[in-house]
Design a protein around this ligand. Structure first.
Ligand code: AMP
Length: 421
């Protein structure tokens, strides 16, 4: 099947071909025909599946067929995304698809000046891509009205819930005309999503490309059981083995990730970071430097990196495991995008065993062990002191405690029984 069989305007199909996009991905071939028939769609798909085009193409097709101009301060189509970075990426993708048409695309996100955004909305727009908080702000200022919005997309809806946007989303829902087409995309289906789907969707067709919570098969996953104190050494060692390839490193806290970024810089890597303490300009620059390969390592927290599409990322490190199991899937989904091969390497310290178990439960699969052995809580001792003792630097000649954290041949995880023996 190719794109013109999906009923899309020949102009759009030609634009796709110019970008080397000729065969629809599974989510595209499943979602686009329903969307072209005007149905609401609930798509279970991860980033990297091609979901931006899955909602973007039918939306642009509809907008291209519609005549007339949008009224002042209105948007004919609205796309909501959880993070500024994802919103910008969607906006860029749609602008590339609609290049050469009369359709205008406006991006409104927090962290950027609001005056310019108010101005760009004055004459109305065909497409508005927004993060929920800033959109509410603009609605409150009377800079935009949603009464003419007939096409709505909620992208990475699960992440919007995680980030506490539920109230903002409810408010936005109540400002939209009831008669509209809505598409909701999410990588996972937490319980709260049912409520969100009920608020937004009418008689939706459900399309799904991967079981929820199941990562792309092409990703080679592994875990190192390693003490916290030696994670940085191990990371340096592993990064050193592929200095020319792009690697993304995830951790939990802004401060921790900033510190790690400095340590990697001191170790001679070209590195940059994105997290909540960085200005929007710094975040944009970091991403464009990384995308262009000017820096090879990007250190990030979840919020900043959600949904980013950087096709050449080969290695994703979970320097610290996420508290929310589903975020693991999102993190590792940054690699092996659009059919490429990728590796996802997790570091698990003694106090992260429960996170690891949650992740494996969510994925219904065990992550192969690259080094060390699973930590077990030792009775009477604090949780942070697992068996095997911490790895000492992992340098040659540094001794080999049970849990060396050094990369070894992958082997099967031992069962707890064997381990205890
Ligand atoms: P997304 O899941 O929308 O973030 O898309 C992930 C990546 O896949 C982007 O780099 C797209 O340009 C690319 N892509 C989307 N659709 C296709 C397609 N049909 N064929 C090849 N690449 C695609």
């Amino acid at each position: 099947m190719d794109f013109d069989m999906l009923g899309l305007a020949p102009r759009l199909v030609a634009k796709l071909a110019e970008q080397g996009i000729t065969d629809p991905t599974p989510i595209q071939s499943q979602a686009i025909p329903h969307a072209m028939n005007g149905r609401d769609v609930m798509g279970l798909a991860q980033t990297g599946s091609g979901k931006t085009a899955a909602f973007g193409l039918p939306m642009l097709d509809m907008l291209m067929k519609e005549g007339g101009k949008p009224s002042p301060k209105t948007a004919r189509a609205l796309i909501l995304a959880p993070t500024r970075e994802l919103a910008k990426q969607i906006c860029d993708t749609l602008a590339a698809f609609s290049d050469g048409t009369h359709l205008k695309t406006v991006l409104v996100v927090g962290g950027a000046g609001i005056t310019g955004q108010i101005r760009r909305l004055e004459r109305g727009t065909a497409v508005l891509v927004a993060t929920p908080g800033r959109l509410i702000d603009l609605m409150d200022r009377g800079a935009v009205k949603l009464n003419e919005t007939r096409f709505l997309v909620l992208d990475e809806a699960d992440q919007m819930l995680d980030l506490g946007f539920i109230h903002a989303l409810r408010r936005i829902a109540s400002s939209l005309p009831a008669e509209r087409q809505t598409m909701l995309f999410s990588a996972t289906m937490p319980k709260q999503m049912a409520e969100l789907a009920e608020t937004y969707l009418t008689d939706a067709v459900r399309v799904q490309v991967n079981a929820p919570g199941k990562p792309v098969e092409k990703i080679a996953q592994s875990v190192h059981f390693v003490a916290k104190a030696v994670k940085t050494d191990l990371l340096v060692e592993l990064l050193d083995a592929h200095r020319d390839e792009l690697a993304l490193v995830f951790g939990r806290t802004k401060h921790g990730m900033e510190k790690l970024s400095r340590q990697l810089d001191n170790a001679g890597f070209s590195v940059t970071s994105i997290h909540g303490n960085k200005s929007q300009g710094q975040r944009d620059r970091a991403i464009s430097d990384f995308r262009a390969g000017r820096v090879r390592v990007l250190v990030a927290t979840d919020v900043a990196a959600r949904g980013l599409d950087i096709p050449d990322v080969r290695h994703v490190y979970n320097y610290e495991l996420p508290n929310v199991a589903e975020n693991y899937v999102h993190r590792i989904g940054r690699t092996a995008r659009a059919g490429a091969e990728g590796k996802a390497i997790a570091f698990c310290a003694p106090d992260e065993m429960s996170e690891l178990r949650d992740i494996e439960k969510a994925m219904k699969a065990q992550i192969p062990v690259a080094s060390g052995t699973p930590w077990e809580p030792v009775a009477g001792e604090s949780k942070s002191r697992g068996r095997g003792g911490p790895r000492r630097g992992g340098k040659p000649g540094g001794g080999a405690p049970a849990n060396t954290g050094r990369p070894q041949q992958q082997r099967r995880r031992r069962s707890p029984k064997q381990h205890a023996a």
